[in-house]
Write a protein that binds this ligand. Structure first.
Ligand code: PLP
Length: 362
């Protein structure tokens, strides 16, 4: 049976690789001869533990995570990390720099105010977050608790191309571009990401944290909100989201099977180029929201010339089977989210649609 798959440009949760869905379907009822679905396995069983540990190993391999880091599978989404990070690492009298590059970093910043003294280490709000700050715009202090950034701004369509090397613990929200390209994990004390864009279904939050950073955490906080609780128990202190972790492991296997992070990055660059080329060659019919050197390879945000035409564009895109193309209300316009699992063919089809739309309406 040939399944018709949508051209899925949703910002999150978003497309998963077809091969992964098919494998999960095959294993759904009888997981590898256990006579149970993976979600029916005890999280204390060796069958489940193998799934759990294999997902960790694959992530470690794909992102070249050094030995002195813990990989945690948590719940509560990236949004709970906005609170957990300052709860663990910011003391009331301490400062932490937040680099504001969009709505998600603003939300993280707001939570930190509940715990200590966060401040704006840089902001590109002027210009509606159309760029990533230059490294020399950053203002932070060496004795701060940490410096926080958002590596890819899902809503505005901007992405860091090079991370700063700083002498304070660096924390990165990589929810929307983790696993899309190689990253030098050693620059960061803590990386976090909700799984639902590049890693798997929603429900799992990945945290990659330096072991010696965990040791610096505040002690007098709830057990479930301490990183050390999860690190000391291999993320099995309580019942983890077992099915989500299984799916995450399968997505990682898929990434390895296509050639690993270098191949994933190459494909993402090619996909993004297809769409940005149409924008750049449109003589102003399409305008990108992001400044060129800040463009995201994950979320391509753009406007169509004229409000009426933009509405028509979105309506026709929907009719042609392109799902999720309407931009977020804070930017307006259009957004194509082209995460790892969105195939080249989907981007090619969308780029052809954009060209055709301009030809007829331009
Ligand atoms: N950070 C970024 C960059 C995001 O794109 C999102 C969700 O889209 C979040 C945080 C919030 O993630 P969650 O829904 O897992 O809390």
């Amino acid at each position: 049976l040939q399944v018709k798959r949508a051209y899925n440009f949703n910002a999150g949760p978003s497309a998963l690789p077809l091969e992964v869905l098919e494998k999960a379907q095959q294993e759904f009822i009888d997981f590898r001869g256990t006579g149970m679905s993976v979600m029916e396995l005890s999280h204390r069983s060796s069958d489940y533990e193998a799934v759990h540990n294999q997902a960790k190993d694959s992530l470690k391999e794909l992102l070249s995570i050094p030995e002195d880091y813990e990989i945690l599978f948590l719940q509560g989404g990236a949004s709970l990390q906005f609170s957990m990070i300052p709860m663990n690492f910011l003391k009331p009298e301490q400062k932490a720099g937040y680099i504001l590059t969009g709505s998600w970093s603003e939300k993280a910043f707001k939570e930190a105010k509940l715990f200590g003294n966060p401040y704006e280490a840089a902001s590109t709000k002027e210009g509606n977050y159309s760029r990533i700050p230059q490294l020399d715009e950053l203002n932070y202090n060496a004795d701060d608790a940490y410096l926080h950034l958002t590596s890819n701004n899902t809503i505005f369509g901007t992405e860091w191309k090079e991370f700063p090397s700083v002498d304070v613990p660096l924390i990165g929200d990589m929810s929307s571009d983790i696993l899309s390209k190689p990253v030098d994990v050693s620059k960061f004390s803590l990386i976090y990401a909700g799984a639902q864009k590049n890693l798997g279904p929603s429900g799992v939050t990945v945290v990659i944290v330096r072991k010696d950073f965990i040791e610096k955490a505040n002690k007098n906080i709830p057990t479930m909100l301490k990183y050390s609780t999860h690190a000391d128990n291999n993320s099995l202190y309580n019942t983890p989201p077992t099915f989500g972790i299984y799916m995450l492991g399968e997505v990682l296997n898929w990434a390895k099977s296509i050639g690993g992070i270098t191949e994933v990055a190459k494909r993402n660059e090619e996909k993004a180029k297809l769409l940005y080329d149409v924008i750049d060659e449109s003589n102003g019919f399409y305008t990108g929201h992001a400044e060129k050197d800040s463009r995201s390879f994950m979320n391509v945000t753009f406007r169509v010339k004229g409000e009426e035409l933009e509405k028509k564009f979105l309506a026709e895109a929907g009719q042609e089977g392109f799902v999720g193309v309407k931009g977020h209300r804070s930017v307006g316009g259009c957004r194509a989210s082209i995460y790892n699992a969105v195939p080249y063919e989907a981007c090619k089809a969308f780029s052809e649609f954009m060209k055709q739309f301009q030809k007829v309406n331009g």
